[in-house]
Ligand binder design. Structure first.
Ligand code: CAA
Length: 246
């Protein structure tokens, strides 16, 4: 039977590559987009003109009730979710000295609370059905730390604490929970870093001397979502060109 895969923040960057990969493997792929996103319908049309058959739902992942309503609607329209990829995330990079409470809250709510908000909606169904995959997209900076990212690194580190604890609780129920920690991937988020910082501070730290490709991360998501990955749970898998090893 066709699986339903929900990828949060699937319009662009890593999320888009993940949606394309899972669809290519036969999943019915659903994504969420921020209610403020004015180009969502255009994106959806473009992707579906290419034959992907994506569905997209507006959802504020930082808001529990919005996630609840969104997943209820998806379940009613398509059926229960088998694979959840918690991918939506933002940055508000600045030194701690300049960071306001609002900058802290925005990143923690969008990147970490969202993981609870979305997973909470699908986990009981997965354990009841005896099969499920939750894949949390964290970051190299969750373990390594990064200049200007106290908020982001805290949220991304928190995601993996969540992964480890939840994976224990659902291990006997056929559900795996894993973290992927990408390094610097050639997405809009990374391209927003000032070029001189990228060239002088970041690229020299990457032994492969290049940014990663979204498709490389998508391939890892596809593996973790697969049947073959049934024994992988509670893991944090790096994909960072050798930048950071732990
Ligand atoms: N490492 C060490 N020193 C750094 C630095 C870095 N990465 N970035 C800036 N500095 C230094 C500058 O050289 C400068 O030093 P001097 O005062 O001696 O000249 C000083 O810090 C500048 O301090 P400011 O408070 O003025 O910093 P700023 O406001 O100009 O910029 C910043 C700070 C916005 C954080 C900028 O450094 C930046 O964008 N850094 C990149 C942060 C980053 O890696 N973000 C990742 C985004 S991608 C992502 O998050 C995806 C993923 O998961 C990997």
């Amino acid at each position: 039977m066709q699986r339903i895969a929900l990828v949060t923040g699937g319009m662009g960057g890593l999320g888009e590559a993940i949606c394309i990969k899972l669809a290519a493997l036969g999943d019915k792929v659903v994504t969420t987009y921020s209610p403020h996103n004015k180009t969502a319908q255009e994106w959806l049309r473009k992707m579906n003109d290419m034959g992907f058959g994506f569905k997209a739902y507006a959802c504020d992942v930082s808001d529990f009730d919005s996630c609840k309503a969104c997943v209820e609607l998806i379940t009613k329209d398509l059926g229960p979710i088998d694979v959840l990829v918690n991918n939506a995330g933002i940055t508000r990079d600045m030194t701690f000295k300049k960071m306001t409470k609002a900058d802290w809250d925005a990143v923690i709510h969008t990147n970490l609370d969202s993981t609870f908000n979305m997973t909470k909606q699908v986990m009981d169904g997965m354990t009841d059905r005896g099969w499920g995959r939750v894949i949390n997209i964290s970051s190299v900076n969750g373990t390594k730390g990064a200049f200007g990212q106290t908020n982001y690194a805290a949220a991304k580190a928190g995601m993996h604490g969540f992964t480890k604890s939840l994976s224990l609780e659902v291990a006997k129920k056929g559900v795996t929970v894993n973290t992927i920690s990408p390094g610097y991937i050639g997405t809009k988020m990374v391209m927003a870093i000032p070029q001189e910082i990228l060239d002088s501070k970041i690229l020299p730290q990457i032994p492969q001397s290049r940014l990663g490709k979204p498709e490389e991360v998508a391939g890892l998501v596809a593996y973790l979502a697969s049947e073959e990955a049934a024994f992988v749970t509670g893991a944090n898998i790096s994909i960072n060109g050798g930048q950071h090893m732990f």
